[in-house]
Design a protein around this ligand. Structure first.
Ligand code: ATP
Length: 371
């Protein structure tokens, strides 16, 4: 007996495949492949076997496998397609240049490359080592897990720990001067740590200002809801540079309960407040557990005192907790690592307590800072 082979309308299926694959988003740029010019040839046989070509921005595209799987899934759902093959190719230089220009001009709808609606939350401390990066990483991961589009700009040039906290050890993709953040655990990351090895660099003020500006202008963040900026520890001059670049940025100040940490954190917070930067609140880290006086390794009360001095809310107190240290070493923020504790609960609560509305600039005198 002769088996009847289904013969399809090849042109109609090809058009449907192009449309389905074209809507798949590039996992790093977060825009549809069709708009990015990343789809090449589509061939459909009369039996529905489909070959589709995807043009990568770089041969070493780190997310090639994920992208291929997403395209194959989209194409397989088209009626008439029986089997799918995804071929990869690399964009020719002129197309890369065009795409870089397209991204540069389409940096969201905002004046800088992170979209028009994003809140910018800088995280500062006076002293180093109080857990500022750990807090930043966990607040960001918690908001991302809640469905927000979140980025972290790690401007802590001397102690850039964001790559380690998210388990990232590859450089970002760069296209004709435009860099793509690396996404890990749902958060888009850019760090000075991606560009330097373990050799120490002497960052001087103007270099730091320039680096900060580049991270805003030359990074394609895509539309974000929140961009955290992990500031270097210190008395706040980088916060002022940031305010010059992003007038609606607000500040979260991290301190331990210890008087010495609180005093330096006050200077950092005060400098920002004097420049009319909104202080969103204080986070006390490495606090004593409520029930145990012995766990008051760093004393008590620093966060509450600092919040009072800066006339800002105490957003929360994160206890000393080995889970935070362990998850930092493992490269997975504790709030999404699956182990629950008083510290992870408090971090999730603090993330929800930060007011992410952009502060109004009406009637404010803004600092003009040369960068
Ligand atoms: N609540 C906590 N409980 C236990 N360990 C913590 C806690 N918070 C931070 N740590 C640990 O303390 C160390 C310093 O933290 P982190 O790197 O986040 O500090 P930092 O203020 O960003 O430092 P620097 O500004 O110098 O880079 C890390 O080993 C981190 O895992």
């Amino acid at each position: 007996m002769l088996r009847r082979r289904t013969v399809i309308d090849v042109d109609a299926v090809r058009a449907a495949v192009q449309s389905a694959a074209g809507q798949v988003e590039d996992p790093e740029i977060h825009q549809p492949l069709a708009e990015l010019g990343m789809l090449g040839d589509v061939r459909v046989s009369r039996t529905g076997h489909t070959r589709i070509q995807v043009r990568l921005t770089t041969a070493a595209c780190p997310l090639k496998t994920d992208l291929g799987a997403a395209v194959a899934t989209a194409v397989r759902s088209v009626p008439g397609v029986s089997t799918v093959e995804v071929d990869f190719d690399v964009m020719p230089p002129h197309q890369r240049m065009r795409l870089a220009g397209q991204l540069r001009s389409h940096t969201g709808d905002g004046p800088r490359g992170y979209g028009s609606r994003a809140s910018v939350v800088a995280v500062a401390s006076g002293k180093g080592g109080v857990g500022k990066s750990t807090i930043t990483a966990n607040l960001a991961a918690s908001l991302a897990a809640d469905g927000q589009r979140v980025g972290i700009l790690d401007a802590d040039v001397w102690g850039h720990s964001i790559p380690q906290l998210f388990g990232v050890d590859r450089p970002p993709v760069a296209m004709n001067g435009m860099m793509l953040p690396i996404e890990a655990h749902g958060v888009r990351l850019m760090s000075t740590g991606f560009f330097v090895d373990d050799e120490p660099i002497v960052w001087r003020g103007p270099m730091l200002d320039k680096a900060l500006q580049q991270f805003f202008d030359d990074v394609y963040w895509g539309e974000l809801d929140v961009l955290f900026v992990d500031l270097p520890p210190g008395t706040g001059d980088v916060a002022l540079t940031l305010l010059g670049l992003v007038p609606h940025a607000q500040l979260v100040v991290v301190t331990t309960p210890q008087l010495a940490a609180q005093r330096v954190a006050y200077r950092a917070g005060r400098m920002a407040a004097d420049a009319r930067m909104r202080i969103a609140g204080v986070v006390e880290n490495m606090s004593a557990a409520e029930s145990s006086a012995e766990s008051a390794v760093f004393g008590t009360g620093g966060g509450a005192r600092l919040a009072e001095q800066l006339a800002t809310p105490l957003l929360g107190r994160v206890p000393l907790d080995v889970i935070l240290r362990r998850s930092g070493d493992a490269g997975v923020p504790a709030v999404i690592g699956g182990e629950e504790s008083a510290a992870t609960g408090e971090l999730g609560r603090i993330a929800g307590a930060i007011d992410l509305h952009r502060p109004t600039l009406v009637g404010r005198h803004l600092p003009i800072i040369p960068t």
